[in-house]
Ligand binder design. Structure first.
Ligand code: NAD
Ligand code: MG
Length: 384
């Protein structure tokens, strides 16, 4: 029996993780956390009977305690960062799936690694900002960081049995998002509703916007650098609009290995939970006779400058990826609240990166301090 803790159980990755657990008798959910969706959390607690559940605030915790008062065995309800840390290190768990969104995942992920838990990593913002801390710590603690992001899971699968061999290049595929083919003047007109319509994947709002700006792919370049220990120059983004090839690895001899499949996040989630074993997954299979086209394009980094900013941030290093990520997190939140225009997301990231003084090799505190600096800079100096 593998015992699983999940951060962000009510979200897109979280609910699909619970789906995988529901369909496999040898997986057990022991701990979970989410923000404020008490109704869904109540259902999840009644179905899975976890030991502990964390919500974002004390008032949410009170509401949830009342809602599940009759449930036996009882589930401990905790809240805030303290609660997240408790869920992350719960004694009984073997693996933590980090399906929470944003830099709030840094501390719980580090705590779980310290406690010797394997990590199924969906929360890319954590690796983008603190990869230089997390990867060495995981090695030191003998903990596996198992990618859940579909592209990184694909690369991880392509690398199976290739330990002795040198990666020449990673081909990180991208759908191109809903605005593929558009130019800057077209992007001036796009609305929130347009940005929220992803052509191939149904995901949480933040990552859906990140896909429309291609900042998501930029974050994934940085994520890949840390996960697979390659230089950014070895990571080539390739637009593959049908989202059938989830990524590829080119080896020194020119051989290219790819992982293909229908767009279904349960596959990478399940692969992380069972690695190195594969188990049955119901769902759509690829029918090659029905695939009428499989096309490739270079990404347009002059239009989708967010991707270029990510390459710049990782080249500069230190605290700059944190600035990119934090500026993007706040800008996307503002765009989702209709406070800024689509292109302002890029302008805000660029503005913050321009006026930041880099801290080399930042500690967790310095990363979080940089996040605060970014937020203050945007709130006090950005004029929309
Ligand atoms: P989502 O918005 O659907 O879900 C986020 C979850 O985190 C929810 O359960 C929410 O309640 C919880 N949460 C958010 N803020 C919180 C807070 N302050 N305190 C406590 N809990 C909080 O997001 P998602 O699409 O599932 O994405 C989760 C992570 O996985 C992100 O880092 C994303 O980049 C990554 N990811 C997602 C997908 C996908 O298909 N959705 C694919 C690859 C990677
Ligand atoms: Mg991805």
């Amino acid at each position: 029996m593998k015992k699983v803790a999940v951060l962000g159980s009510t979200g897109s990755i979280g609910t699909q993780t619970l789906d995988v657990i529901r369909n496999n008798e040898d997986l057990q959910l022991v701990a979970l956390s989410a923000g404020s969706n008490i109704e869904l959390l109540e259902k999840q607690i009644r179905e899975f009977h976890p030991e502990i559940c964390c919500v974002s605030s004390k008032s949410n915790a009170d509401a949830l305690r009342i809602a599940i008062a009759d449930v036996t065995p009882s589930c401990k309800i905790v809240s805030g960062m303290e609660g997240l840390l408790e869920v992350a290190v719960v004694e009984s768990s073997d693996i933590l799936i980090t399906a929470i969104v944003g830099m709030i995942g840094i501390k719980p992920t580090i705590a779980a690694i310290e406690a010797g838990k394997d990590i199924g990593l969906a929360n890319k913002e954590t690796l983008v900002t603190a990869g230089h801390i997390i990867m060495p710590l995981a090695r030191e603690k003998g903990v596996s960081i198992l990618p859940v992001d579909s592209e990184h899971s694909a690369i991880f699968q392509c690398l199976n049995g290739e330990k002795e061999n040198v990666i020449h290049k990673i081909l990180l595929t991208a759908s191109g998002g809903p605005f593929r083919g558009m130019k800057k003047k077209d992007l001036e007109q796009v609305t929130l509703d347009m940005a929220l319509k992803h052509p191939n994947w149904s995901m949480g709002k933040k990552i859906t916007i990140d896909s429309s700006t291609m900042v998501n792919k930029g974050l994934e370049v940085i994520e890949a650098k840390w996960l697979f220990n390659v230089n950014p120059g070895q990571i080539e983004v390739l637009v593959q609009p049908q989202s059938i090839i989830h990524s590829m690895v080119e080896f020194e001899d020119g051989a290219v290995i790819a992982q293909l499949g229908s767009p279904d996040m349960r596959l990478p989630i399940q692969y992380a939970l069972y690695y190195p074993k594969r188990v049955f997954l119901d769902g759509e299979r690829l029918d090659f006779s029905k695939i009428t086209e499989l096309t490739f394009e270079k990404p347009d980094m002059d239009t989708f400058v967010g991707l270029k900013y990510a390459y710049d941030a990782i080249d500069i290093g230190g605290s700059m990826p944190t600035v990119l990520n934090a500026a993007n997190e706040l800008a996307v939140a503002k765009f989702l609240n209709k406070k800024i225009r689509f292109l302002e997301i890029y302008e805000i990231i660029n503005f913050c990166m321009d006026c930041h003084t880099v801290i080399e090799n930042p500690s967790v505190d310095q990363i979080l301090e940089t996040e605060r600096w970014v937020y203050e800079t945007i709130e006090s100096r950005w004029i929309s």
